[in-house]
Design a binder for this molecule. Structure first.
Ligand SMILES: C[S@@+](CC[C@H](N)C(=O)[O-])C[C@H]1O[C@@H](n2cnc3c(N)ncnc32)[C@H](O)[C@@H]1O
Length: 159
């Protein structure tokens, strides 16, 4: 049985590689449009979007200015200090630690500021209201879609 067309070489197939975790340009542009004021980007990977960018590892094309190596569960950030927090965490994050991440993101946001959360799950967050939820539609029928939730901080957290 012939699996390949005549003009496709099995030895030298034309493969295109790209970082699978990286924001597609369209996602980055979409998020940029919604991010206002002083911006913190948690789990930024190779994206240079944001005034302060945090990731556990520094990617090659990540600029040094504004980049901090830190753990998303223990952000070295003053409480209530950013207008917008963007987060693109690992999508398969274990269930039992998701709330820890959400609380550290929320606590970094000023009252009335926003969280832009890109993931496959969208949490209910105390002190925040889900304002909008967008699905990144693609043409690949069986591929996961990214959900971008935009939350507004409507109340200060008590502790
Ligand atoms: C979905 S990728 C984000 C990719 C990014 N949007 C980009 O355009 O490159 C998730 C990121 O979370 C980072 N990460 C994983 N565990 C982390 C942790 N405990 N603290 C901080 N960053 C972490 C990974 O290094 C990775 O860059």
């Amino acid at each position: 049985m012939k699996l390949f067309a005549e003009n496709v070489s099995r030895k030298n197939p034309k493969l295109k590689y790209r970082s699978v975790w990286q924001f597609p340009t369209s996602t980055e542009d979409f998020i940029k449009k919604h991010a206002k004021g002083k911006i913190l980007h948690v789990c930024c990977g190779s994206s240079n979007l944001g005034d302060v960018r945090i990731d556990r590892w520094k990617q090659e094309n990540q600029k040094s200015d504004g980049f901090i190596i830190a753990d998303m569960f223990h952000l070295p950030i003053k409480r209530d200090s950013f207008d917008t927090v963007i987060a693109d965490p690992p999508w398969n994050l274990a269930y039992h630690v998701r709330h820890k991440l959400i609380f550290s993101l929320r606590d970094s946001i000023k009252w009335s500021g926003h969280l832009i959360f890109n993931c496959l799950w969208f949490p209910k967050i105390k002190c925040m209201k889900l304002q909008d939820l967008f699905a990144g539609m693609n043409n690949m029928a069986f591929r996961n879609v990214s959900l971008i939730g935009i939350y507004k901080k409507i109340q200060d957290q008590l502790c």
